[in-house]
Design a protein around this ligand. Structure first.
Ligand code: F6R
Ligand code: MG
Ligand code: MG
Length: 363
């Protein structure tokens, strides 16, 4: 089984939280190149979405491999050094621990990994986001794998017709639960509509339990106990044949649905699909971005990436996102542009409330 590991972190942006400087990519490239030369990695690509550095890797070591995770950690440390040399913003921001202890989970970076038996032809899409949280994948994954109005294959393609199973994490209670679709759809929706708490971790075929999709579910504020930047999650989705067609995988992003995480991690904004070169959130530190890198896998080697949202057919989604951005911005600091109180818990609101606590008198 070949393992596809996507591990990402924000280890410094420029200017501000805008982009990844080429020096960081160079620093990470040196580490990953070394790992490929010494046989740890089969192949790799390094991409960026906004201020997040994305390591896409393949190997034969399985998920949660300490050598691979340790090497990725090393790449982020080297990129952090590069960021420090240039005095970039938030250097080392997502590295929440000083020492690597065998697994990168819970240390700040986001991780999505899958072990797969490569099919005779294996198209995959790696989605990468900036200025949002892992629950942002709930809506599009539901559309891809459970909504026949998005994915006609669920109705008319025998290989997809059976439906899928969704593994959902409760991030607050650290528990998981599995739902089958279509039969458990309403229960599934009841949970994943609350995307700050319930997130889709994995999707599998119902009969053969082949992994179809996996997401990063690391929540920086739940790890750190305070606001330290947004999760800016990734997802890997397999496509074609017994999975949704490539176009069915991309179709949910033709609608720029609202996600959490814009400006100071504290605002709702439209999820804007862009080309790699346009994945540089500037207006009001956003709006939140998503890019899609398409690959064919070839015995563990990446053939690609193809920049899948670099397509005029997503122009209307971008235009709509800009209209929605204007509309949301008009609310200023009022909800629902600003997140609700419970979600603001990890921002500056506690400090403001604390300052005001002696001013309050009983009604
Ligand atoms: C970063 C983000 C930004 C920052 C904002 C303030 O992921 O969403 O909107 O939160 O630029 O950044 P600091 O607090 O670093 O000055
Ligand atoms: Mg940042
Ligand atoms: Mg980011």
């Amino acid at each position: 089984m070949v393992t596809i590991s996507v591990i990402k972190a924000d280890v410094g942006g420029y200017p501000g939280h805008h982009s990844v400087h080429p020096d960081l990519i160079k620093a990470a490239d040196q580490v990953l190149r070394g790992a490929k030369e010494n046989g740890l990695l089969t192949d790799f690509r390094i991409l960026a979405c906004g201020d997040d550095l994305q390591l896409l890797m393949t190997h034969w070591k399985g998920c949660d491999n300490s050598e691979v995770h340790g090497m990725a950690w090393e790449a982020f440390l080297r990129a952090t050094d590069a960021a420090k040399n240039l005095k970039l913003y938030g250097a080392g921001q997502d590295l929440l621990s000083d020492t690597f202890s065998g697994n990168i989970r819970g240390m700040g970076p986001g991780i999505a990994e899958m072990d797969i038996e490569e099919r005779p032809s294996e198209p995959i899409v790696v989605f990468m986001a900036d200025k949002t949280e892992s629950g942002a994948w709930n809506f599009p994954l539901y559309k891809m794998f459970a909504d026949p109005f998005n994915t006609p294959g669920l109705v008319i393609a025998p290989g997809v017709h059976m439906g899928f199973e969704f593994e959902v994490y409760d991030l607050f209670e650290k528990k998981k639960v599995v739902f089958k679709t279509p039969e458990d759809s309403y229960d599934l929706l009841a949970l994943i509509g609350a995307s700050e708490r319930y997130v889709v971790k994995r999707i599998r075929t119902k009969d053969s339990k082949k992994v179809a999709a996996v997401t990063s579910t690391e929540s920086l504020h739940l790890i750190a106990g305070k606001y330290v930047g947004k999760d800016d999650p990734v997802a890997i989705v397999r496509s074609q044949h017994e999975f949704p067609a490539l176009g069915e995988v991309l179709e949910p992003f033709s609608f720029p649905f609202l996600v959490k995480g814009w400006m100071r991690g504290s605002h709702h904004g439209p999820f804007m699909p862009t080309s790699f070169e346009q994945a540089h959130p500037s207006r009001f530190d956003g709006p939140p971005r998503v890019i899609a890198a398409g690959f064919q896998m070839n015995n563990g080697y990446f053939v690609g990436p193809v920049d899948l949202f670099k397509d005029p057919s997503f122009d209307r989604a971008r235009q709509k996102a800009n209209e929605v951005a204007d509309y949301m911005r008009r609310h200023g600091t009022f909800e629902p542009h600003r997140l609700g109180m419970s979600e603001m818990e990890y921002t500056t609101i506690p400090a403001v409330l604390d300052k005001l606590k002696d001013k309050f008198v009983p009604i």
